[in-house]
Design a protein around this ligand. Structure first.
Ligand SMILES: Cc1cc2nc3c(=O)[nH]c(=O)nc-3n(C[C@H](O)[C@H](O)[C@H](O)COP(=O)(O)O)c2cc1C
Length: 189
């Protein structure tokens, strides 16, 4: 089993989404034993350049190679674990930069006369979501979880599990409760 583990929080060891994504990967390791291959993309440490017209037009060989590598890595993964902090109602821009590089027509989706079709195949996605306030499901100002789900759905992935810690900036009790609730979900994987 191939796991693609992505982190995007800028908070290093203090990051909750990083803590949760690592715990999800650990849980999967315990469940599936030695038969596991993990690739870790730390988007805060190794930032992917924003999509530009030069990159889009294939005029930068180095970036074309990186884009191809990222697409293949995504296609090859059986499981994707994404640590997603909420920043300004959305995602870290580094995670958006990754999305812009893997959302490529003819590779991860295609348009047909019936509409778009995802090409990323069978995969499971775990989203380790962390946010300072409380939004629940489907909040009109949540451009973090809903956006990520839409992107994965668009590439054909529908098996998405969100492990959420929210209200983490609303005092120590709320933070502890949010973490415990997320961790009990992880234990149930
Ligand atoms: C730059 C920045 C922007 C943030 N924007 C929001 C926000 O819009 N809504 C919210 O509820 N929390 C917001 N927060 C709080 C984070 O979502 C919260 O601290 C979360 O734990 C971040 O994930 P991390 O711990 O993995 O870094 C923001 C934090 C930072 C640093």
């Amino acid at each position: 089993m191939k796991i693609l583990h992505i982190d995007s929080s800028i908070m290093g060891d203090a990051s909750i989404s990083r803590q949760l994504s690592a715990e999800i990967v650990k849980q999967l390791q315990q469940k599936h034993g030695a038969d596991i291959n993990i690739e870790h993309l730390d988007l805060a440490q190794q930032q992917i350049p924003h999509l530009s017209s030069e990159i889009l037009m294939g005029q930068n060989a180095e970036q074309s190679a990186l884009g191809e590598q990222l697409i293949q890595q995504y296609l090859d993964a059986d499981v994707v674990v994404v640590g997603a902090a909420m920043y300004n109602f959305g995602l870290a821009s580094t995670l958006k930069a990754w999305i812009d590089r893997i959302s490529v027509a003819g590779r991860t989706f295609k348009y047909t006369e019936q509409g778009p079709v995802g090409l990323a195949g069978e995969k499971k996605v775990y989203i380790a979501s962390s946010r300072g306030g409380v939004y629940g499901e489907n909040s009109p100002v949540d451009y973090q979880e809903g956006f990520l789900k839409a992107v994965f759905n668009f590439t054909g992935v529908n098996d998405i599990e969100i492990i959420r810690a929210e209200g983490v900036n609303m005092g120590p009790d709320m933070k502890a409760q949010a973490l415990a609730s997320a961790q009990s979900r992880i234990q149930a994987i």
